[in-house]
Design a protein. Sequence first.
Length: 551
Amino acid sequence: MSKKRFVLVIISLVVCFVTVVAAGKRSGSAGGAFNTNNSKTEFIENPMLWADVPDPDVIRVGDTFYMVSTTMHLMPGAPVMRSKDLKNWETVSYIFDRLTDSPKYDLREGTAYGRGQWATSLKYHNGRFYALMAPNEAGAMGDTYIFTAEKAEGEWKLLSRMRHFHDCSLFFDDDDRVYVIYGTGEMMELKSDLSDVIEGSHQMLFKREADETGILEGSRMIKHNGKYYLLMISHVYAPGRHRREVCYRADDIHGPYEKNVILEADFAGRGYVGQGTIVDTQDGDWYGIIFQDRGGVGRLLTLMPCRWIDGWPMLGDEDGQIPLRIRPLKSGEPERHIVCSDSFSTDKLGLQWQWNHNPVDEAWSLTERQGWLRLKTSRVVDNLYLAPNTLTQRMEGPQCRGIVKMDITKLKDGDRAGFAAFNDETGALMIKKQGRKLMLEMTTLSVKLTQREKAVERVDEKVVESIDIKKQNSKLKALWLRIDADFRDGKDTATFYYSTDGETWQRMGNDFRMRFDWQRFFMGSKFGIFCYSTKRTGGWTDIDYFEYTRL
């Protein structure tokens, strides 16, 4: 084992500690990372999570906070994250392994890009956790799922399915009656066993005001001091109007409701913030966790005080602005992360990873070559966007770096393997086997999707730079590929490097501009490791490690 590899293994064991228990029965393990040194940082720096963590729902159980987020077409889906101090977060489970209602989730007969799991609602009631989510799909694909678990760390089990509820909030009242609040102020009551809705219980909680002409969604219902509070994002598309968080308040869950704007603030000069929730601490303090669209990195989370003023949960500091720094709830908490390195030295895949769509299970392995991740070609496809088993992790701001070491000796003619800043606009270091030639290319790709089926209509691929790497070194067996991402000041650039020894780096191509497009993937750029075939299956690549650094 090389010195570099040995160091990475130690880092991975400490920074990405894995527990099979937290993974339940899924073929993954807890990638909740920590190191044993106490955090020296005395403040939470906003953004609280500078990564793609949209549509948050956050609850507290005892001294622990739990959060769910949207990951759409990535599998497993609906990540559950936990924290003791609202600063250090780790992924501890996924609510489901895969979605199976359509071949779209398998990258057949269309895709699920920008669809799939949206805006999951997380609750704790009478000693059990509950999660309610509805895929953003038409027909049976859009049925609402309700899952339950004794522990947030899993195992999660499907409890029921019912009609579609958009951006919904599950709510257990003090009398044990259960409701789902959804859409723009709609509500239905559920049966006590959560098996279905109670027919005839539909209600419109309020009528839109004249100025609520844009989106009004993202329901999060809480109860405080006997009153009901429904938080929603509001965005009026008109000059001088901004995204904002509004609250509807009532003494009775059925109404009548009155409205107040509880946050209308930009942050770091990058647009106005909206959609999220509020949560209390054991000491009775309250915080808001609200996301902000932030370009190529995606939708990140901001943390702010929540002050109860005249019975309203007003968000932000005394001036209604989002502070740059907040003191964490507890000092000395160990560092934890939702993005981290991996030496692939166990037989379980860490929870920091998600597949692009459902994986082909027989086409990847952590045991066929001990200490390596093997990605096999299993289907002949035309492009990366239809390739199964692309493995992803979030990128993070302000800057981050990812490095993979790949064994390239078992690729077959027509195979493509590499490392990407993966999104609807992708920059990639792509290894192409062409007969006896082995080309390394810095490539940009852009996908056009049909509006309804999200089928891949066209992929525009441009080779920026190409190198015959076997011509340079006929005995070359492995390549090191590196991506540096820079999300400072709206740069949103990815820069690409390769190495033949893991020490000396050569830059390839140009800076690549990462983008966020809500009409296509609707998510931030991800690190993506891939291997697929354009001619015949049977080839593979082995990944020795993924080394991650937040710069």
